[in-house]
Every structure is written in structure tokens, then in C-alpha cells.
Design a protein around this ligand. Structure first.
Ligand code: FAD
Ligand code: DHB
Length: 425
């Protein structure tokens, strides 16, 4: 038996993109259904991003999702760049007129969103299978799936949002020949760990070492998040905890600085890729987030792009479905892709400057080092990095003045404010 129903918007995927889209639509009185093939617990535990641009933080606050983020998020006004055995601080507030970023894990955003959606009585189906989108040419696309109890559903929608990540089905459901892909692979991957140990630094450290890249990030004052460049086809079994700590110490430690170690609670290897599919729309099927584009994580842009996409999409769908105006929906793909390509360039630039390409000759390695030396010695170059890192033109969910990344006074964010205090802590 198949159960038939109707929804204004069918959303595939309960990652940050799908969940936030559902929340933003509800604020505008547009009804949506979210379907997700994993369990709620899996979605809430999947370790991924941690760094939010100022505009992302402002948006989450503006739409009622700021309470826990403001209490627990860690505000950062800069980063360290490390190479040639020396650590240099970039002060974003000074370089950009007061802009900052916030560490608040994607897992926590997903938890906040699921809680807010369930409290609002939203229709969400976890652990579905056999998701498909059909009738794309009819103006009333159909979202089909089998729920966790085995019942088949067909929801006739006014629009469908493909927020189903890089391996989802929506991108490939578009007509053959419509979507063009631009992509780049990288000859390395990231091994990421979560460790129960206070961070050994006040701000994030991005290090280029002759053995490869390393990043020291954090989640809370008690939990550190660290990454190591490893070969693209690396197996996790080759990295027992002792080897991970030894390599992190080697790559992150200038003389006189000590990396604190603690129990590793999670470790995984992530491949790296740049990928942009365009257009992000076919008739009433819209792609958002990783379903349409992937960046290597070095610039911390993926989650921020997903949030920017659905902010634009919520406004476009509201105009289309509530007010009968198609202009924003028609402009959706081009508008998102402008931001996506800027972030794609920044992520590629950060990645190639900070990683050791095993196939590069001396020329390639010297170019990367020359670029790093330029960034720490030229205010113009440092400002370019700071401006890209802290975020782009505002998210226009609200009137511009309300969401423009702005200077923020000490303590305005309730969570701990990390500051530059010399060479780490
Ligand atoms: P996803 O989070 O992938 O969500 C898609 C959802 O769709 C998933 O829950 C999936 O289960 C579901 N789904 C898939 N197929 C189906 C189907 N057929 N039916 C139903 N459901 C389906 N970004 C940053 O901005 N800052 C960072 O610091 C950062 N660091 C990162 C570090 C790492 C190690 C990694 C891996 C990524 C990082 N990113 C970062 C990127 C960021 O995590 C992603 O860009 C983000 O998750 C994209 O959100 P999304 O909702 O588009 O996709
Ligand atoms: C984190 C991940 C990133 O890719 C990055 O550039 C900064 C921080 C993180 O997971 O904390």
C-alpha cells in the first residue's frame, strides 16, 4: 500500500541545510516535510565542521537558534599560521574592522535544529529508504520514500529541496545533460581526531610542516579537535593513537610549546575534493549545500555555504509559493554560485598553500612558502585571508543592516572568548 499526501516543500536530508531550510520556511508560514535515511542519533553524532562565519552566527541568532550557541560557542578573533618552524598570528578584528568567527560544532547546530523543529510539531521522518523524486516536469514533483515501518509514501509537493549531501540522489535526478560539473581532486586526505583534553592553544593553528599539514582546532574548553594531512588512500588502521600524537607534536610544535594529549574518542579519514555542479535548480527541484558543491575543509567553508544556500532558498520558495513571485527562484542558482565560487577559490588557495603535495617539485613547494611569507608580511595579503575566512557579503534573510557581520564587543557572546595571548597558552 502507498500512502499519498501533499506538502508545500519536500526536503530530502536532515543535515544542517535541510533542517535549517525547514525552520526558515516555517517562520514564513510555509509547510515542509523532511525525510532522512539515517537515524536521529546518527545525524546528531556525525563529527564534521566546527567553524562558523560571523554572518552564519548572526543568521542563527536572528532566527531564534542562538541561545546555546551564544552560551557555549567560542568566539575567535584570529588564527595562527605556522611554517618554517615559526608561528605567526593574524588578527582578524584588526584586519577587517572587527570581524570574528565562532567555534560551535555542526553536531550542536543539528541538535538545536532537530529540537526546534520537533518542538514546533514539524513532520520529520528518519531512517527512510528508497527515496526518489519523480514528476519533475509536471510542476508538482513527487517525493517518494519508504518509512522505517516499511510503508511506502508519495508526497506531492509544490517544490522539492535536495539537501541530501554529496552522495544523495537529487543531483542525479536532474535531466541528463543539464548539470555541468567542475571539479578538482587533491593527492591527500585529512585524518581528524576528537580528544578529551583542553586545547593547547587560544586560537586555531594552521601549520605547514615538511611532513604535511596539521590543524589544531577545538570544540569546548575541555575537548580538542585536531587534523593531520595523510595520503589520499590512507588506512586508519595505520594510525594508532601514539603515532597520531607523535606526528601532531612534530608538525604543530615550535620549540618551547607543548601539545597536551588526552584520550582520543573519535578518529576518521576524510578525502578532499572541490566540486561544483551547476545549475542548482531544475524547475521545482532545488539543490542546496553539499548536494551541489564540496570544498576541501581547509578554509572551513562547507557548512557556511550550506547555510547561505538555504537562506537564499527559503526566501526564494516563500516568494514563489506564498506570493506567486518567481524572480528569486529564477535567480537562486546564479546567486548561490557566485558565493560558492568565491569560497571554492579560497578553499583551494588555503589548501594548496598549507599542504605538502607529494608530487610537487621544489618549484611548487617554494611557491607555497613564498605565499605564506607574503600573507604574514603584507597587510593587504593578510586582509585577503581574514576577509575570506570571516565570511562574505551578508545573508539576506533580514534587512542587510541586521545581518552584516559587525564588530562585537568583549563578552557580547556569552561563551568563552578566545584571544591572542602570545604563542598559544
Ligand atoms: P550533509 O551534512 O551531508 O547532510 C545531508 C543529509 O542527507 C545527511 O544527513 C544524509 O544522511 C542525508 N541523505 C543522503 N542521501 C539521502 C537520501 N537518499 N534520502 C534521505 N536522506 C539522505 N564546513 C564548515 O563550514 N566549517 C568547517 O569547519 C568544516 N569542517 C569540516 C571538517 C570535516 C572533517 C568535514 C568532513 C567537513 C567539514 N565541513 C566544514 C563541511 C560541512 O560539514 C558540510 O559542508 C556540511 O555538512 C553540509 O551540510 P549539508 O546539510 O549540505 O549536507
Ligand atoms: C575546523 C575544521 C576546519 O576545516 C577548519 O578550517 C577549522 C576548524 C573544525 O572542525 O574545528
Amino acid at each position: 500500500m502507498t500512502v499519498s499526501s501533499r506538502a508545500q516543500v519536500g526536503i530530502i536530508g536532515a543535515g544542517p541545510a535541510g533542517l535549517l531550510l525547514s525552520h526558515l520556511l516555517a517562520l514564513r508560514g510555509v509547510h515542509s516535510v523532511v525525510v532522512e535515511n539515517r537515524s536521529r542519533a546518527y545525524c546528531e553524532a556525525r563529527q564534521r565542521a566546527g567553524l562558523l562565519e560571523a554572518g552564519t552566527v548572526e543568521l542563527l541568532r536572528a532566527v531564534g537558534l542562538g541561545a546555546r550557541m551564544d552560551a557555549e560557542g567560542l568566539e575567535h578573533g584570529g588564527i595562527y599560521l605556522q611554517f618554517d618552524g615559526e608561528r605567526h598570528h593574524l588578527d582578524f578584528r584588526d584586519l577587517t574592522g572587527g570581524r570574528w568567527v565562532t567555534i560551535y560544532a555542526q553536531t550542536e547546530i543539528v541538535k538545536d535544529l532537530i529540537e526546534a523543529r520537533l518542538a514546533a510539531g514539524a513532520q520529520m521522518e528518519f531512517e527512510v529508504s528508497g527515496t526518489e523524486v519523480t514528476e519533475l516536469d509536471s510542476g508538482q514533483p513527487v517525493l517518494g520514500f519508504t518509512d522505517s515501518a516499511g510503508t511506502r509514501h508519495e508526497i506531492t509537493c509544490d517544490a522539492i529541496a535536495g539537501c541530501d549531501g554529496f552522495h544523495g540522489i537529487c543531483r542525479d535526478s536532474m535531466p541528463p545533460g543539464l548539470v555541468t560539473v567542475a571539479e578538482r581532486g587533491y593527492p591527500y586526505a585529512w585524518l581528524g581526531i576528537l580528544a578529551t583534553v583542553p586545547p593547547s592553544t587560544d586560537e586555531l593553528i594552521y601549520a605547514r610542516h615538511e611532513n604535511g599539514f596539521a590543524l589544531h582546532s577545538m570544540r569546548t574548553p575541555q575537548v580538542s579537535r585536531l587534523y593531520l594531512q595523510v595520503p589520499a588512500d590512507e588506512e586508519i588502521a595505520r594510525w594508532p593513537d601514539d603515532r597520531i600524537w607523535a606526528e601532531l607534536r612534530r608538525r604543530l610544535g615550535p620549540p618551547g610549546w607543548e601539545l597536551k594529549e588526552g584520550p582520543i574518542t573519535e578518529k576518521a579519514i576524510t578525502p578532499m575534493r572541490s566540486f561544483v555542479a551547476s545549475p542548482m535548480r531544475y524547475r521545482r527541484l532545488f539543490l542546496a549545500g553539499d548536494a551541489a558543491h564540496i570544498v576541501p575543509p581547509t578554509g572551513a567553508k562547507g557548512l557556511n555555504l550550506a547555510i547561505a544556500d538555504v537562506t537564499a532558498l527559503a526566501a526564494a520558495l516563500t516568494s514563489l509559493l506564498r506570493d506567486g513571485q518567481a524572480e528569486r527562484a529564477d535567480a537562486y542558482s546564479d546567486r548561490c554560485l557566485t558565493r560558492v565560487w568565491r569560497a571554492t577559490h579560497f578553499s583551494w588557495w588555503m589548501t594548496s598553500m598549507l599542504h605538502v603535495d607529494p608530487s610537487a617539485d621544489r618549484f611548487g613547494a617554494e611557491l607555497a612558502l613564498a605565499q605564506l611569507r607574503y600573507v604574514i608580511s603584507s597587510r593587504a595579503a593578510a586582509t585577503t585571508l581574514a576577509e575570506n575566512y570571516t565570511g562574505y557579503f551578508p545573508l539576506t534573510w533580514l534587512p542587510q543592516a541586521e545581518v552584516m557581520p559587525r564588530a562585537q564587543g568583549p563578552g557580547e557572546q556569552g561563551g568563552q572568548r578566545r584571544g591572542h595571548s602570545g604563542l598559544g597558552q
